[in-house]
Ligand binder design. Structure first.
Ligand SMILES: [Zn+2]
Length: 483
């Protein structure tokens, strides 16, 4: 009798509480979808809506390129640095050719009444502001900015991290995974050159015996006395900044990736990578390793196979370290068609990447169908950077492969790449996505937002905490939207 009573009671509860709630949730989503569709071509209205929408995480995010030029400008202004009045280079020491009249201290430029004008010129050289698409190739302009703000970048790390945190909170982004600062360098050794020539030889025939050579190299470098200390010093620095600045709280979480620059000789890249893996495997805050710098660079193209063998080797050695790899940030015209045919495949199958950055040339891959299926089956997400791809590669609209990934059910995340240099933000990525690709509806965007937490490299406990938080943020957003 009691059993029947319980069943009846449960049925009543389901009908009264749960079913209407689900019904109303579906109704809310349908209403949001209708409204969003109505505004698909209304940039301003979409800005207003997406600015408030929870956006989860920004997983493809280079720290120094994400800081807006204004923050770097404040540093050079406060410290009255030297400005080259022809090319707007900045230096912090008296210039050697002072008599040439090319250089002025900011205080003198101010005294001459030219600071406002000079400031704009500096921002132009540090970002894509007012870029005229003529004076130099877009990719060269973009990648050249990083060296130009090198001095302020090194001296504003605290301000920069706080800027990222505040911007994220303001646009309802709860998590950032930042390619942060480099771990450091092992010294040069005489044996480096010998290792280099061995690696080049193995690359010629793509000889899988390379894994044995890497074992020898790894043993050599990891037995050096500075190996662990460089990694530890880096971890302590990151840990201390993170704690002193109190970056994590209930509103915001940040984690870091180590990165290596790929336009160096193979042995240098390998040495940087082993430090990066060693550091990441011993830190709760550094959650992954990445490889950066222009993919169409001669060395990046030459050593692409090698780099993926390095990742394969180190992923096997450091099983707890996750990796995201810039792969397929290429397009027709930038490189030979043959060079568009294998990078993503290589990073997925050989480099064992946990996430792919950009993946723009997927349709040019010789076996794109099987790569896409593999990525979907093995839940290897692609990090899509719409603003970045449009500026650097000129790839946008129907030339962009996002819908291809979507059709194959490859997990997608949306990210900024370099919000500061590209003068963009996370909200703009969602506006671009929704405006350009009418096959994406509100639920698809919501899935992308959840992907950015689910496929982040955070530990499971942090992930669950941020998913719960995201549920709450969406509940508030949807309720407010409908009302
Ligand atoms: Zn990137």
């Amino acid at each position: 009798m009691r059993k029947i009573y319980n069943i009846v009671l449960m049925t009543i509860i389901i009908y009264i509480v749960i079913i209407p709630a689900e019904g109303s949730e579906l109704e809310s989503i349908a209403r949001i979808d209708t409204t969003l569709n109505m505004y698909r071509n209304n940039n301003v209205k979409l800005r207003q809506i997406f600015q408030r929408m929870p956006k989860g995480g920004d997983l493809h995010h280079h720290y120094s390129g994400s800081i807006y030029a204004e923050t770097y400008l404040k540093y050079i202004e406060d410290n009255d640095l030297w400005v080259n009045k022809i090319n707007y280079e900045i230096i912090d020491q008296t210039p050697p050719n002072l008599e040439s009249n090319e250089w002025s201290k900011i205080s003198s430029i101010k005294a001459d009444g030219n600071w406002q004008n000079t400031k704009v010129k500096i921002i132009e050289s540090w970002s894509i502001l007012y870029y005229n698409y003529v004076s130099e190739p877009t990719d060269e302009h973009f990648f050249a900015t990083f060296e130009k703000f090198d001095i302020p970048k090194k001296n504003t790390i605290s301000e920069g991290l706080i800027e990222l945190r505040e911007r994220a909170i303001n646009e309802n982004v709860s998590y950032i995974e930042s390619m942060f600062i480099s771990v450091g360098k092992l010294p040069k050794y005489e044996i480096d050159q010998i290792f280099d020539s061995t690696l080049f030889k193995l690359q010629e025939t793509k000889d899988k015996a390379i894994q044995d050579s890497l074992e020898i190299m790894f043993k050599y470098y990891s037995s050096q006395s500075s190996y662990k200390s460089i990694a530890n010093t880096h971890n302590q620095k990151v840990d201390s900044l993170h704690k002193v600045l109190k970056l994590d709280d209930y509103k915001f979480t940040i984690r870091y990736q180590n990165y290596v620059v790929r336009v160096l000789n193979p042995t240098s890249v390998f040495k940087d990578l082993i430090l990066s893996f060693e550091s990441a495997s011993n830190s709760d805050l550094i959650v992954g390793v990445n490889i950066v710098a222009p993919e169409n660079n001669t060395i990046s193209m030459r050593d692409y196979w090698l780099h993926n063998q390095f990742f394969r080797f180190l992923k096997n050695k450091y099983k707890n370290v996750k990796t995201a790899m810039h792969a397929g940030e290429l397009t027709l015209g930038l490189v030979k068609p043959e060079d568009l045919s294998w990078h993503i495949k290589e990073s997925v199958f050989e480099g064992k990447a946990d996430r792919i950055g950009h993946g723009v040339d997927i349709a040019y891959e010789s076996n794109s169908d099987s790569v896409l299926k593999y990525m979907a089956e093995n839940q290897i997400p692609v990090e899509i950077n719409l603003t970045s791809n449009e500026f650097i590669l000129g790839v946008k609209g129907s030339s962009h492969p996002i819908s291809l990934y979507f059709d194959y059910n490859v997990p997608i995340v949306i990210s900024t790449d370099d919000a500061g240099v590209l003068r963009t933000d996370m909200t703009e990525q969602y506006i671009k996505l929704f405006q350009t690709f009418s096959n994406f509806n509100y639920l698809d965007l919501k899935k992308i937002v959840y992907n950015s937490i689910n496929y982040s490299f955070m530990n499971q406990k942090d992930k669950l905490r941020l998913i719960e938080d995201l549920d709450m943020r969406f509940e508030i957003f949807e309720r407010t939207f409908v009302n």
